[in-house]
Design a protein around this ligand. Sequence first.
Ligand SMILES: Cc1cc2nc3c(=O)[nH]c(=O)nc-3n(C[C@H](O)[C@H](O)[C@H](O)COP(=O)(O)O)c2cc1C
Length: 188
Amino acid sequence: MPTPNTSLIAAISGSPSLRSRSTALLQIALARLEDAQQQTVHVRELPPAALLAADAQVPQIRAALAVVEAADLVIVATPIYKAAYSGLLKVFLDLLPQDALRGKTVLPLATGGSTAHLLALDYALKPVLTALGARHILDGVFATDAQLQPHEAGYLPDAALLRRIDRALQGLDEVPAPRCRPALARAA
Ligand SMILES: Cc1cc2nc3c(=O)[nH]c(=O)nc-3n(C[C@H](O)[C@H](O)[C@H](O)COP(=O)(O)O)c2cc1C
């Protein structure tokens, strides 16, 4: 699959945890894509007072919003907290302009303690992404904690999870605008 130079991926990590399974899931998905510039926004590293005051003028927050604005593909990762996405992710999404995701492709990712809230991506996160203008939302990928086993500095995904990530990313082939199509990394 040819990859245009303009392709930029914005990855948003909405976990408050430093050692984070949902961030690991995000990194695994990013590693499956090639030849595209990738920039990650770790919301936990943004100034908390500015986030809570919805102050988009603070330089770090402006820079994070600019990453999303410039992107063709936006990957949003969150832990499931109380049957929904994290509050940390929401305070960042609330700072985005109303149509911030229009014309972009979006991949939602989540991790949860069990499958009890497997559908949280559909009933909680996707309506927010749609409200922000997203019309090309790839199949969401939900992983339980057991599917991401601790390993050295990070987490190892199980084979079924990797297959679901790849299947979701195959949806990039159906995205109409060529500039929204980062290539899948070739199998090793
Ligand atoms: C405050 C809190 C609330 C949680 N609520 C849920 C929940 O409602 N459903 C669920 O499946 N897991 C829940 N979990 C478990 C986390 O979603 C799960 O461990 C996730 O992988 C954490 O992601 P992280 O390491 O990126 O923060 C909760 C964890 C915390 C700390």
